[in-house]
Design a protein around this ligand. Structure first.
Ligand SMILES: Nc1ncnc2c1ncn2[C@@H]1O[C@H](COP(=O)(O)OP(=O)(O)O)[C@@H](O)[C@H]1O
Ligand SMILES: [Mg+2]
Length: 308
């Protein structure tokens, strides 16, 4: 779907921001580009929608060389979400979300219907549509940013540090919600972040960058269990085994039957990192798994988690 072949970017008077980078992103997959500040993530992403021209190499989207299309027209077909520049402050939320459809010549009725659909998709009330960006919280604005990027139903979505301006508690919730939204819309997503936890939470695959190169491109599970070198190992953190547990739900290792010795409870969709934490807190090696209706459905043990 998106292919970058031997792409290099040298800035005038600067160094090599992206260095002979090759990356293939299949359709429908969310890739998190992650790495320390200055490693070339934003430059890589901006070359995909031609906000930056590569010095060398080739980029294709859906088999089409991005240089062969008019960049302004092309960009209308790629959703773009960024942390800061965000929304047009002098436009209402409805006008913001409808900006690309309007450029594409959609009718007013069609734009209105699409706005209503999108505002619901990102979990906001219809009454938000008539407000201005300054009348929204940071998290609400970020939701509108995503709605706007999805407006014309682009096959590709680029997101540059989309949760950077949001406080940590709201951020985790938004990440989880966006993950669900993205799963429902079948988009190819490239997301830039410096935060490995965000990459693990959001990415189907993670590309770890260092000094303009990709050092590992793999599933979160592979990256966390088999970092290719000391740099990746250090970058993912000493708690990588615990991070890996956060990828799996209790239901994955739950055993049938409720153990009478299980003192504490956990939900089947809680992640295994939280399950282990609950065991430590309750000084026990097993938890009763209890569904939303309060009925016990099984047991999760520390041995089962360790075996995984
Ligand atoms: N317009 C520019 N001119 C010169 N150097 C730039 C420009 N944009 C980025 N760079 C440099 O390229 C490198 C990669 O930048 P960037 O892609 O923004 O990194 P990241 O998003 O990973 O933090 C950095 O060293 C940065 O200073
Ligand atoms: Mg950046």
């Amino acid at each position: 779907m998106i292919e970058m072949e031997h792409v290099t970017k040298r800035f005038d008077g600067g160094g090599t921001a992206v260095d002979d980078l090759t990356l293939e992103i299949p359709q429908g997959v969310t890739v998190a580009l992650v790495g320390p500040s200055g490693c070339g993530k934003t430059t890589t992403m901006r070359m995909i929608n031609r906000l930056i021209e590569p010095s060398e190499g080739r980029i294709t989207v859906n088999g089409e060389d991005v240089r062969s299309v008019d960049p302004v027209i092309f960009r209308r077909h790629i959703g773009y979400v960024i942390q800061q520049v965000g929304l047009f402050s002098h436009m209402t939320i409805a006008q913001n979300i409808g900006s690309v459809p309007k450029l594409l010549g959609w009718s007013a009725d069609k734009i209105k219907a699409r706005n209503e659909e999108l505002i619901a998709l990102v979990g906001l009330d219809q009454s938000m549509l008539t407000r201005y960006p300054r009348q929204l919280s940071g998290g609400q604005r970020q939701r509108v940013g995503v709605a706007r990027a999805l407006a014309a139903d682009p096959p590709v979505l680029l997101m540059d540090e989309p949760f950077g301006a949001i406080d940590p508690i709201a951020r985790t919730r938004l990440q989880n919600e966006f993950r669900q939204i993205l799963q429902g819309v079948n988009k190819t997503v490239v997301m830039v972040t410096h935060d490995i936890d965000e990459a693990v939470r959001m990415g189907d695959r993670i590309a770890i960058m260092r000094a303009g190169k990709i050092v590992q491109y793999d599933t979160p599970d592979e990256i966390l269990s088999r970092p290719v070198d000391a740099f990746v190992e250090d970058f993912v953190g000493a708690d990588r085994a615990l991070k890996r547990l956060s990828l799996y739900e209790v239901s994955k290792v739950m055993q049938p039957g409720v153990d009478p010795a299980a003192a504490a409870k956990i939900a089947p969709d809680a992640d295994l990192r939280n399950a282990l934490s609950a065991m430590i807190a309750a000084n026990t090696d097993r938890l009763a798994v209890v569904n939303a209706a309060g009925a016990p459905v099984g047991t999760v043990t520390r041995d089962a988690i360790t075996a995984l």
